[in-house]
Design a protein around this ligand. Structure first.
Ligand code: TNX
Length: 496
């Protein structure tokens, strides 16, 4: 149902130089889809009328704002639309000052429905306060999915009632200190965070990575381990063991009950790092024989297929990393996250199969890659290449080599992997201001994006971020916020 909200009082000013009626831009990130300045009226007629309903911009997250001299009219069909209208108005007030916003009509809706940020809390743990602030900031910039990477090699961070050892043992340590005290989220905390996110129109997507990246879980339940590999000890589960599969299904049941969102991420990445250990694993060999699986990739695809169907049966949608497609997962109902920027063939495979696909290529969307060649603590592709803000801003439209039919791309996701990020200060430094470019490029249509204008609008947003104590990288004045170092022990090879 369309709803109209009026805000009255002295709301706006007539923008003298632009009051003849023209399309333009407003200093808001992300830039709205359409802005039309007009000579101020005291009355806006028929705000929910036929013209708006027929507008191409109408959609689940769409809204319209009419700002005239004495009042503001907000029109939206959903809570999300109303929420996003508020975010736009807040930024307008901040930049122009109350009563000084130019009279205009703003019609807005996003380009992509999936506008996501991922935080890895396994490698290092940041805690509830940091997550809540992240959600606040994501909401302000209209990002709507928080992908929470809660299990991996260094720590299991989610309380599971059926298996208390997962957190009692598996949450001890982190990537730089194997003796760091236990750190994890209780289910009560998780419920609080989910509710906080929901109030801000953000869906929380938990990831339970399998069958690789399982070291912390195996530390807690060694019987589930799939063998020893010298470089990646106990990296994979023994998925030939029925006990492992039922363990994981019980974990997924609890996760599904805890997280009300539609998606559960199953991981499925980089299994090959540890799977040579499967060569000596009798249960894996028996599974191969029983199911006629010829190699370890087929074993993995078989297992992920089983888990994906399990998730579908409990009414959720499984998400997997694109490695699953490489290994031969044949399941149409999965959403795939394409992260391997050097493997566009995998992207093409997902798109040809018509799979819902989220783009998250390392370059430009891995926020653990440094933003400037001068930075020394973060990752660099092939040890030299940094990730560029302008490249991110232009993504994905600046990728001429992408397949022609991109209709099954549902959105973008940026990922903060935290092997090289130990403190909130470093997390901020790697995330911002890239998050702003992510927000704009996943919301705003390409014809409305302009990098120079984005940079013009940056100082206002950086000032806001300062007010929230965000330690951002400042691309226009790099000396103002130097790169925070990793602890000395990080640079001692035995520690990671
Ligand atoms: C690849 S992306 C990973 C992560 C690492 C990241 C570091 C993906 C599915 N796996 O486990 O943290 O690279 O950039």
């Amino acid at each position: 149902m369309m709803e109209v909200r009026l805000i009255t009082g002295l709301m706006a000013t007539w923008l003298l130089s632009a009051c003849t009626g023209r399309d333009g831009v407003v200093p808001v990130i992300p830039e709205p889809a359409r802005v039309h300045f007009f000579i101020g009226k005291t009355q806006v007629e028929d705000p929910a009328g036929a013209e708006y309903k027929e507008s191409a911009l109408f959609g689940k997250e769409a809204y319209r704002i009419d700002i005239s001299r004495n009042r503001i009219v907000v029109t939206a069909g959903t809570d999300a639309g109303r929420f996003y209208a508020d975010q736009t108005l807040l930024q307008l007030y901040e930049v122009y000052g109350a009563g000084q916003v130019p009279c205009c009509r703003i019609e807005d809706a996003p380009r992509y429905s999936w506008r996501s940020f991922m935080l890895d809390e396994s490698r290092h743990f940041f805690g509830e306060e940091y997550v809540l602030r992240t959600l606040d900031l994501m909401a302000r910039y209209k990002l709507n999915k928080f992908h929470w990477h809660l299990t991996d090699t260094d720590g299991w961070r989610l309380e599971i009632n059926a298996f208390p050892e997962l957190t009692r043992v598996g949450s001890v340590g982190n990537h730089t200190d194997i003796e760091a005290p236990a750190a994890f989220y209780t289910q009560e905390q998780v419920r609080r965070i989910i509710a906080y996110a929901a109030e801000r129109q953000i869906e929380v997507i938990p990831e339970v990575d399998m069958p690789g990246h399982a070291t912390a879980a195996i530390r807690a339940y060694p019987a589930l381990g799939g063998g020893f590999h010298p470089d990646y000890p106990n990296f994979t589960y023994n998925i030939g063991l029925e006990e492992t599969c039922s363990f994981l299904e019980t974990v997924l049941d609890e996760v599904a009950a805890l997280f009300p969102g539609r998606y559960i991420h199953l991981g499925g990445d980089e299994v090959s790092y540890g799977w040579s250990a499967w060569d000596d694993c009798p249960e894996i060999l028996a599974l191969m024989e029983r199911e006629g699986l010829h190699d370890k990739a087929a074993v993995c695809a078989f297992f992920l297929g089983r888990m994906a169907r399990y998730i579908l049966n409990i009414g959720k949608i499984p998400v997997v990393w694109c490695d699953a497609q490489e290994m031969g997962l044949d399941e149409k109902e999965v959403t795939v996250a394409w992260w391997r920027h050097d493997r566009e063939d995998l992207l093409a495979r997902c798109l040809e199969a018509g799979l819902s696909t989220v783009l998250c290529p390392r370059l430009p969307l891995y926020f653990d890659y440094v933003q400037s060649p001068d930075h020394v603590e973060g990752a660099k592709w092939r040890k030299t290449e940094s990730s560029d803000l302008e490249d991110l801003y232009g993504f994905p439209d600046n990728r001429a080599s992408f397949p022609a039919d991109i209709s099954s791309i549902i959105g973008l996701s940026a990922h903060l992997w935290t092997e090289r990020i130990e403190t909130p200060e470093r997390a901020d430094f790697m995330t911002w201001p890239r998050m702003l470019a992510l927000a704009e490029t996943s919301w705003t249509l390409p014809e409305r994006k302009e990098y120079a204008l984005f940079l013009d609008r940056l100082p206002d947003q950086l000032a806001y971020l300062s007010s929230r104590h965000v330690y951002y990288y400042h691309p226009l004045a790099p000396d103002s916020t130097p790169e925070p170092p990793m602890p000395v022990r990080y640079h001692q090879p035995t520690n990671h």
